[in-house]
Design a protein around this ligand. Sequence first.
Ligand code: SAM
Length: 396
Amino acid sequence: MSERTEEAGHQGLASALMGKGALTSDWLPAYNAVPRHLFIPDMIWPGRAGMNRQDDRVIRGEDPETWWQAVYRDAPITTQWDDGTYSGPGKGKIPTSSNSMPTMVFSMLDALNVQDGHRVLEIGTGTGWNAALLSSRLGAGNVVTIEVDENSARDARTRLESAGYEPLTIVGDGAEGYADGAPYDRVIATASIGRVPREWIAQTKPGGLIVAPWGPTYGGEAVVRLAVADVGTASGPFLGSSAFMRLRDQRTQRKHVREYLRGRAWPADGRRSMTSISPESVGDWPVMFAIGVQVPEAFPWAETYDDGSYTLWLRDTAVTSWATADYVPGREEFEVYQSGPRNLWDEVASAYRWWEEQERPGFERFGLTVGPSGERVWLDSPDHTVPVLGGRGRTS
Ligand SMILES: C[S@@+](CC[C@H](N)C(=O)[O-])C[C@H]1O[C@@H](n2cnc3c(N)ncnc32)[C@H](O)[C@@H]1O
């Protein structure tokens, strides 16, 4: 690609991001100082905007055209699968590192509301682009970035140095923060969480902000902005939908359906009932979020069939309970089986009804409060806590 086309790609993406309101004028100098392509490795799996799907592997030297197109498209780029154990031509099981979607990068930086002289801690160095943007804006001496994966951290450090930035790059578990560099004015996480590590709050100055993608085990996720009020407490609203890879130590271990059936054929000892709530109505990202907050430590999976029908499986992380709800197109009643101490479909149905009664709130109506005794999600105001059903619960 010629320098002119490269420049056109860089400017074209800037216009697209400004048009969406993601790239604000105060971040434009940093965007221009730190071109995205400097932080994209030669081997990538281009993503699609708004979808958790990746194309097959692209190697820069073999297909420069496709590589450059991916770099200057507003979409995430997967850079690692399965903690680095897969690098074949197709795709691995789970994407474990990426250069995030530019709209998301700049929306989160905007939400961070940094001021000159602020000290920032970033969790999830990844390719190093975000750390470079922060370094350009605030000075590398004010930026600490932590990456759990040694190879990713090493490559990011090399790219940062070549681009002229030397923020403190730590290899370690970001859940612990980095106490030696504290206190911070701002903490930004670019890996998602289901629990806010208390260290982040402890290492942030009172009045400081934490911006992080937060989502329940069930699914549904949004960026939350927490204002740190005092030692150990933080609270604030969700800002909008996101879909990040999970912080390594907060990943859910999912046992196979076999382990729930304990050697028996489905429906085993399942209790049969019928429901008028369609499995179709509980599968969108915002409703999954609302359900997940109320139904802790459980997760869905759809077993699909050729005729358009499917079985929605629900399982708990403790491996004590499962449920199935069979979706058949055109039906108004759906067959349900539930087994174990938790009635997982009943919990999901009740959580769905609550969401309907609240007039189907989107992410922006929710907020999160974290205190020494736990965390709770609220709707519209901190005193309106979202109820928590079954499981071990997450409220204080
Ligand atoms: C979406 S990528 C980060 C994108 C990055 N900010 C950039 O600009 O390219 C998420 C990163 O978080 C890292 N990560 C996951 N768990 C972590 C942990 N416990 N501590 C630090 N980093 C972690 C992953 O290895 C991955 O590189």
